[in-house]
Design a protein around this ligand. Structure first.
Ligand SMILES: Nc1nc2c(ncn2[C@@H]2O[C@H](COP(=O)(O)OP(=O)(O)O)[C@@H](O)[C@H]2O)c(=O)[nH]1
Ligand SMILES: [Mg+2]
Length: 243
């Protein structure tokens, strides 16, 4: 008969093995059956322009489930979409930094910034707005906690396209909270929020989702005004902290 000390060690080792196996099974379940609400969303590397899904190395395949399991608890993802030139990168710039910026380079593929608030990390992911990239937009909806749709309020010729793209996205997910930014309000020919509400047919939205329409100016001089990007950041923190 083995001494009691040996039993103690054996039961400890067995307990550790069961806990480890349980963790592995849980991670595998969360990874391959992510249907348990938005918190089950997996993070995938975004597509670069004109590419299919990024090929995963064996090492990445091995660690990705662990990474996504870790990130799920503290990360909220905000998907930032809108036509090319609407001001998405500028909005991201002023959300993450208040430093002046004269101009932004056009986004090739995607652009991502992280900000920290109230104990969680907000990952803002901008996907390029050119026609070839818009094709991929809907693939990122299931991972998002909030959709921010940026519109150039002075670009009247492209408003019908913006409306069409927005409603196409909304049809894919009837519950995803939506924040529409009526951007470039500093321009003299910018449409008002009320006019954009009509032009973008926002009255047709169903009551299932939280919806906000904010006038913004993604410029350094506007940071202290009523159209400041600071209001967008506060709204996002409020929305995301409710999750
Ligand atoms: N006047 C004005 N220009 C802006 C505003 N937001 C962005 N821009 C300018 O619009 C152009 C396109 O902006 P960008 O952020 O790259 O647009 P994106 O393609 O949607 O990412 C750049 O020259 C920006 O400086 C704004 O609120 N007001
Ligand atoms: Mg951009």
């Amino acid at each position: 008969m083995a001494p009691p000390g040996a039993f103690g060690h054996l039961s400890l080792a067995l307990g550790a093995a069961v806990a480890a196996l349980g963790s592995i099974l849980f991670i595998a379940w969360r990874t391959y059956f992510p249907g348990g609400g938005r918190w089950g969303a997996r993070w995938e590397p975004p597509l670069a322009a004109g590419q299919g899904p990024a090929s995963a190395t064996p090492l990445l395949l091995l660690i990705r489930p662990l990474l996504s399991w870790q990130l799920d608890f503290s990360m909220r993802q905000v998907l930032v979409l809108g036509l090319k030139g609407a001001g998405k990168s500028s909005v991201l710039h002023y959300i993450s930094s208040e430093a002046a910026k004269d101009r932004t380079a056009p986004t090739q593929g995607f652009n991502s910034v992280q900000v920290y608030a109230d104990g969680f990390q907000i990952d803002l992911l901008e996907l390029g707005g050119s026609q070839n990239l818009r094709f991929y937009w809907n693939q990122y909806l299931s991972q998002a906690h909030v959709l921010v749709f940026v519109v150039d309020s002075a670009d009247r010729p492209h408003l019908p396209t913006a409306r069409q793209e927005l409603h196409w996205l909304l049809a894919e997910d009837p519950r995803l909270p939506l924040v529409v930014l009526a951007n470039k309000q500093d321009k003299s020919d910018a449409l008002s929020v009320a006019e954009l509400h009509r032009e973008l047919a926002l009255h047709t939205l169903n009551g299932q989702r939280e919806f906000f329409l904010l006038p913004t100016s993604a410029t350094h001089t506007a940071l202290a005004t009523a159209t400041s990007i600071r209001h967008v950041k506060s709204l996002l923190v409020e929305l995301l902290s409710q999750l």
